[in-house]
Design a protein around this ligand. Sequence first.
Ligand code: TXA
Ligand code: MG
Length: 356
Amino acid sequence: MDTIKIDLKDSLDLEKKVEYLELAARILDAGGVVAFPTETVYGLGADALNPSAVAKIFVAKGRPQDNPLIIHVADRDISRYVKGIPDRAKVVMERFWPGPLTIILEKQDIVPEETSAGLPTVGVRMPSDPVALELIRRLGRPIAAPSANISGRPSPTSFQRCVEDLDGKVDMILGGGRSIVGLESTIVDYSVFPPRVLRPGFITIEMLREADSDILYEPSFTQAGEDEGPKAPGMKYRHYSPKAPLIIVKGDKNKVVDKITSLVQNYIEEGRRVGIIGPAERRKDYPPFMEGMSVFIPLGDEEGDSGKARDLFEVLRQFDDLDVDIILSEAVKEEGIGTAVMNRLSKASGFNIIEV
Ligand code: TXA
Ligand code: MG
């Protein structure tokens, strides 16, 4: 398939941008699939109300059929698509939409089973990215969209990374700069009481609880389960994986540096090339060991944390480009958005975490 690839760069004049957005909306209207930017990660979209269009998303991504999609809306009035919206969910939507938050509710019949993967519920999100919002408005219907990666890979946060995964597999790829959040939306399940966070994200548990103090979060909600209860079906699959195995080292800072250093030396002796992830301040602790057999890529700073969220998936993909044999990462402190960063990092490692 020939993929139309258009980066809506700032330098493009407004008329052209509108023309391409209109083309993307027409492709969606006709049942095609279009990758597009959102503030979290790029999405791979299709008309959420068209079962055969939605089916194409699963094929393009190689996504398991039992993993439901979330639908993206451009308006807070979602009563056509979901029912039984508790007032507490309305408060949360009012506060955080448009933005990186997905709410799960009981679906209306208009949302096809293909979109919800047979579940009686559906996830809904109103993104804040202007290109995403304009595309939904022009289509006039919700857009079903998972992250725009090949299943199992780190989610794409730029036009270029989308092209890498999806060129030739979808009708169109629209670019709109780097995703400013960098991690997928926080998911809260409001089809149950008390409501549960199924996936941590940029909207933190602390922020959510200010709007609704009953919201529950336990890391076990977000992990692969023996599957009782309303966990996100997607959680049981391999996720966010770079090509090389990833190991996380967690604990006191000095011990972590010592452990990573000794592991690096062992791996290099075995002839393996090693990637190292840590805060920017740590560059001096991890000099290139043995003539470029190791390479350090910083992930944010020791203290600030939104940079870690924004860059995590991009850093994992950079190690793919460098073709390292193994990646060692310092753990990230699990508070604020660090909870979401560590959630994705842990999954990317297949929960391969060494505590020191
Ligand atoms: O930020 C985001 O949410 C991005 C952008 C494109 O909007 N989308 C995204 O979609 O991350 P996806 O499909 O990669 O992740 C959605 C997750 C999956 O783990 C899926 O299993 C879960 O949400 N999910 C979807 N519908 C659900 C439902 N009705 N009940 C429980 N989990 C659900
Ligand atoms: Mg995904």
